[in-house]
Ligand binder design. Structure first.
Ligand code: PLP
Length: 438
């Protein structure tokens, strides 16, 4: 094999479950937190090593010529069932396969793919689904790089887009989808909660609208970026999404020490996306996959603790005289917006640990607060073990036009906070001290 391009046709390399892989004890189906320690890995295939070695290799040896031919028959679809083994590291490797098996478990997805970043996951998803003239319908706002990818990059290749606000009602979603349906809608792409508005998308309403307006072959898949709440606090496949996208850089990686992405969904969709990933090589490297396997072992512990911490910190902040408002999903039930509270009840099992803090005042007050923090670090990103704080108007959303900033409530007094796993009372002391400096 001098060139692996034949394998670009692969629908994937589905593999047999390792010997002794436990998914059930009697009738009891094991929980994801339990399965993160061993699922998808057989120590006896690696000298008994409890943890998987990092497989640094670019290609895989076939046991004999006939086996190699059989792999390629599977890979090229000449024989159904896919390849029975690994072929070439642009397609997959042992560390990435174990990671993919474990990622899928959290949302009970049929299959999953690992990527080199959240954005390479999103870009590979889009490239695998759209062609010139197609329309992407999306909720707004989206992660800035995703908006750039749709409008400025795919737009150059003749892809069109239409959007509806993240908090849109069924009627508003119907109106946009009906308009889009005059052309070919390739994909409905959502992000919930939206950043930094925290508006939740009604995925059930989007799915119902899609099913009412499109039929058969024309029915576009619904993909959703679940980075902010997944997989612990939101599982949108259960509300009718077909594909879930992650920046694994955030909560899944969880230690602010790697960049990676993931896509989960039905076998058919994942096979389409895998074909594109095989062609362009947006898979993550084995070392990153190994780091993510370690991260997933503590995912539930970390996210639970961060969520509990955020609830305590938000209670403190909400009652502070220098605070105008706290945009925290956990407060939806007490708020005016009955519709958002209803979506929250139907879609979420927790409020997350990333929220918006509106101080009384403007940029001066926000900067004084940020500069006085001692535990919380001044950095963008979220979902790590450490607490981070940033100023969207002056940092992540600096280039957003003024009118759009106002519409999205990205005001100068807004501070974005991602709570980590530190001691909650230490964090409250840090915020209390910093508010004194305002
Ligand atoms: C960070 C992020 C991304 C991009 O992920 P990278 O891993 O940085 O490429 C996409 N969507 C959301 C919601 C994010 O927070």
């Amino acid at each position: 094999m001098t060139d692996a391009t034949e394998a670009d046709l692969t629908g994937g390399t589905p593999r047999a479950r390792p010997e002794g892989d436990v998914e059930k004890i009697g009738d009891r189906k094991l929980k994801p937190a339990t399965m993160m320690m061993g699922h998808g890995y057989d120590p006896m295939l690696s000298e008994g090593a409890l943890k998987p070695p990092i497989f640094l290799t670019s290609t895989f040896v076939f046991p004999n010529a006939a086996a190699g031919k059989r792999h390629f028959e599977g890979v090229t679809g000449k024989r159904p069932g896919g390849a029975e083994g690994l072929v070439y590291s642009r397609f997959n490797g042992p560390n990435q396969e174990i990671l993919e098996d474990r990622l899928a478990i959290w949302e009970e997805a049929e299959d999953a793919l690992a990527f080199s970043s959240g954005m390479s996951a999103i870009a590979t998803l889009f490239l695998s689904m759209v062609k010139p003239g197609d329309t992407i319908v999306h909720s707004g706002p989206l992660y800035a790089a995703t908006e750039t990818l749709i409008s400025r990059i795919l737009g150059r290749f003749g892809v069109q887009w239409l959007d509806f606000p993240a908090g849109a009602t069924r009627e508003e979603i119907d109106a946009v989808l009906t308009k889009a349906a005059t052309g070919n809608v390739a994909l409905i792409y959502l992000e919930s909660p939206a950043n930094p508005t925290n508006a939740l998308v009604d995925v059930e309403a989007v799915a119902a609208s899609r099913d009412a307006i499109f039929t058969g072959e024309n029915k576009p898949p619904i993909a959703i970026d679940n980075t902010f709440l997944g997989p612990l606090w939101a599982q949108p496949l259960k509300q009718g999404a077909d594909i879930v996208v992650y920046s694994l850089t955030k909560y899944a990686g969880g230690h602010s020490d790697l960049v990676a992405g993931g896509v989960l969904g039905t076998k058919a969709h994942i096979n389409t996306i895998r074909l594109m990933r095989n062609t362009i090589g947006t898979i993550c490297d084995p070392n990153t996959a190994w780091m993510l396997l370690r991260s997933l072992e503590t995912l539930e512990l970390r996210m639970s603790r961060a969520g509990e911490n955020a609830a305590k910190v938000c209670e403190f902040l909400a009652s502070h005289p220098k605070v105008e408002k706290v945009g925290y999903l956990g407060f939806l039930e007490r708020g005016e917006d009955k519709r958002q509270a209803d979506i929250y009840r139907r879609h979420c099992t927790g409020a997350g640990s990333t929220f918006s803090l509106y101080l009384k005042g403007g940029e001066k007050e926000a900067f004084a607060f940020l500069d006085a923090l001692k535990i919380a670090k001044l950095a963008v990103s979220l979902g790590g073990t450490e607490t981070l704080a940033s100023h969207p108007a002056g940092m992540t959303h600096l280039s957003v036009p003024e009118a759009r900033k106002q519409a999205l409530a990205i005001t100068d007094n807004l501070v974005r906070i991602s709570i980590g796993v530190e001691d909650a009372d230490d964090l409250i002391a840090d915020f209390e001290h910093a508010l004194k400096a305002v």
